[in-house]
Design a binder for this molecule. Structure first.
Ligand code: ZN
Ligand code: ZN
Length: 409
């Protein structure tokens, strides 16, 4: 991919993604193999007025060695210097950019239960810091191809071609082309999504029923105070940002404890470097009580036991089958993309900032309304071509929301 296009994309992540403001101290997390692209992003951060840019370099190759060689006790610990870094991020309320490029299979061979225990332990510590700036922080997840990821997506192509093809697929989904102004394209896109959210919010939906001939037969209740959101978000201080690039979904937070029936996955789920395929989850009183997976059964079972609330839902998201990620036909093996190809649900934490007047409430207030709290948040796809979703309003009115896998409103 040409440097010019990469720079255009870097600017989009900084201006539309994080929306870096003058004087802000930015944090970027990226893999060591992405130095060139990260340098473009850093340049754009300073152009936007950043006071400093702190890079959290990561290496999946080294992480894998650490997972194998370190004791579980060491892996579970968060050293003080890392905690101080987290604290600075809280104190500065730093905009945060994650640049994803990892190999979806990169942690294969690591003991799965060790990996699970270690990441849950470290996430618990990380979460105490994240909770302090929830709703206040601008953040964005973007991605660039690595050779390993590209070969996973396009296994039959030579590495160079695969990387180029994955670049193209990524840029298509984030609306970056040679000729266009992607920042303007995102303004229009955000406005269209906002219109859809308004329609749904005006319906005051109490619950949604999903039906598909693949076996999905499922009802989920919503939180009366939770809003349908999508596209650009806003911090409590009023700064707009786009947390996910790409982003096609319109989503809300469901009521904890109020989901019944079975959902059948329609795309594989890549979870911490491992694939779960052809699976179904059955809910009773809001909790996943039965899971079945043709591949990755144990991973799925462990996932829903990450903590006491990991088996409850945290997100309900609607994506029409015409989404550019779906029509590209590419399976990215990366949730950031694949979740935007299809209607999905998430197991684990709900988004407190979907609650109306969230900025005047504590996290505890939100949990009391029915937002789930967990160390995990894992999206899985349920959008089939024939999926029908019916909404029932608080006053009992029925609305056909989705018909044959796409918007009916
Ligand atoms: Zn989502
Ligand atoms: Zn999600």
């Amino acid at each position: 991919m040409t440097k010019e296009i990469q720079k255009k994309y870097a600017k989009l992540l900084v201006v539309t993604g994080m929306n870096v403001q003058k004087g802000q101290s930015v944090v970027i997390s990226a893999d060591v193999n992405q130095e060139e692209f990260v340098s473009y992003v850093v340049e754009e951060c300073y152009n936007a007025g950043a006071s400093e840019v702190d890079i959290r370099w990561d290496s999946q190759v080294i992480s894998k060695i650490n997972y194998k060689k370190q004791s579980l006790k060491t892996l579970c610990e968060t050293p003080n210097w890392i905690k101080e870094r987290y604290q600075k991020e809280v104190d500065d309320c730093s905009p945060y950019l994650w640049i994803i490029s990892q190999d979806p299979d990169g942690l294969n061979g690591v003991n799965k239960s060790k990996l699970q225990k270690a990441s849950v332990a470290r996430r618990k510590v990380r979460k105490t810091y994240m909770d302090q700036i929830e709703g206040k922080q601008q953040w964005c997840i973007g991605s660039v191809p690595s050779p390993e990821w590209a070969k996973k997506v396009f296994p039959n192509l030579p590495t160079d071609e695969a990387v180029e093809k994955l670049w193209q697929a990524i840029l298509d989904t984030v609306k970056v082309t040679e000729k266009n102004d992607p920042i303007l394209a995102w303004k229009k896109h955000n406005a269209a999504i906002a219109g859809r959210c308004k329609k749904l919010n005006d319906m005051k939906l109490k619950k949604l029923t999903y039906k598909s001939k693949n076996g999905t037969n499922f009802t989920v209740e919503l939180i009366p105070q939770a809003l349908w959101c999508g596209g650009a978000g806003k911090t409590t201080s009023g700064i707009k940002f786009n947390a996910n690039m790409p982003s096609e979904e319109v989503f809300t937070t469901p009521m904890k404890g109020k989901a019944e029936g079975k959902v059948v996955s329609t795309k594989p789920l890549s979870y911490r470097g491992q694939l779960i395929e052809n699976f179904s989850i059955t809910f009773k009183k809001g909790k996943a009580v039965e899971v079945y997976a043709e591949k990755g059964q144990k991973i799925l079972e462990d996932m829903i036991q990450s903590d006491e609330n990991a088996g409850y839902l945290g997100e309900v998201a609607l994506v029409p089958k015409e989404s550019p990620i779906n029509t590209s036909g590419v399976l990215f093996y990366e949730t950031l993309f694949d979740e935007n190809a299809s209607c999905h649900l998430a197991l684990g934490a709900g988004y407190c900032d979907t609650i109306k007047d969230f900025d005047k409430m504590s996290l505890e207030d939100c949990y009391a309304l029915g937002v789930n709290d967990s160390v995990i948040h894992v999206d899985f796809m349920v959008g089939a071509d024939d999926l029908s979703i019916t909404g029932i309003s608080e006053d009992g009115t029925k609305h056909q929301i989705f018909k044959d896998g796409t918007w009916a409103i």
